[in-house]
Design a protein around this ligand. Structure first.
Ligand SMILES: CC(C)(COP(=O)(O)OP(=O)(O)OC[C@H]1O[C@@H](n2cnc3c(N)ncnc32)[C@H](O)[C@@H]1OP(=O)(O)O)[C@@H](O)C(=O)NCCC(=O)NCCS
Length: 166
């Protein structure tokens, strides 16, 4: 399958049942387990999650997602060990999953500061879909604790949505 590379020996792709691990991780990283995508907020404990695990069962990367119409909405995608292509491999598996369940596209929302993610998604076939100026500021009341400054200390105000057609 085009976007699906072979996983390294011992690495498996499967659903993440232990949602609390994801919730705790998101709270540590972003200040909230509630994420904003496409003008909806999602709590990562209440939606689907898939991940890559190593042979010892340790989580290498995860994606929280929800199917909306025929779009997989990625509410979070994280590599726990960055720079090892785990996010790329995981995204390849999510694309294959999207094909299996009949989704037509994958969408993700990135905050204005997040240059690594903007590069990552574009390298993986995503295009810009929508710019929501001031969206993070507007949604802060329903995402209490959400960090105010991100990559390189840039202030976080806006959200950019990217889309990849399947
Ligand atoms: C963005 C993120 C998912 C990348 O995970 P990763 O496993 O390190 O990424 P990969 O190793 O698969 O890298 C794939 C490509 O992304 C780009 N990339 C990854 N990290 C980057 C960085 N810090 N700066 C610039 N480009 C980067 C590179 O182009 C890379 O390809 P290359 O090494 O051949 O140039 C990871 O940094 C992360 O978890 N960030 C925090 C969570 C987040 O912001 N998620 C996205 C929004 S929900």
């Amino acid at each position: 399958m085009k976007d699906r590379g072979l996983l390294p020996d011992g690495v498996v792709f499967r659903a993440v049942d232990e949602k609390q691990i994801i919730s705790d991780f998101m709270t540590r990283h972003w200040g909230s387990p509630r994420m904003l995508v496409g003008m909806h907020t999602y709590d990562v404990t209440e939606i689907e999650a898939h991940g890559l695990f190593d042979a010892a069962g340790d989580l290498l990367a995860f994606a929280s997602w929800k199917l909306r119409d025929r779009t997989i909405v990625l509410c979070a995608l994280h590599a726990l060990r960055e720079g090892n292509r785990f996010a790329t491999l995981l995204l390849g598996e999510i694309k294959a999953l999207a094909q299996r369940i009949g989704a037509r596209s994958i969408r993700s929302m990135v905050t204005n500061d997040n240059m690594p993610a903007l590069v990552f998604y574009q390298k993986n076939g995503f295009r810009f879909a929508t710019l929501y100026v001031g969206a993070v500021d507007a949604y802060r009341p329903v995402m209490p604790g959400m960090i105010t400054h991100g990559h390189l200390g840039l202030p976080i105000h806006d959200a950019l949505e990217l889309e990849c057609l399947i």
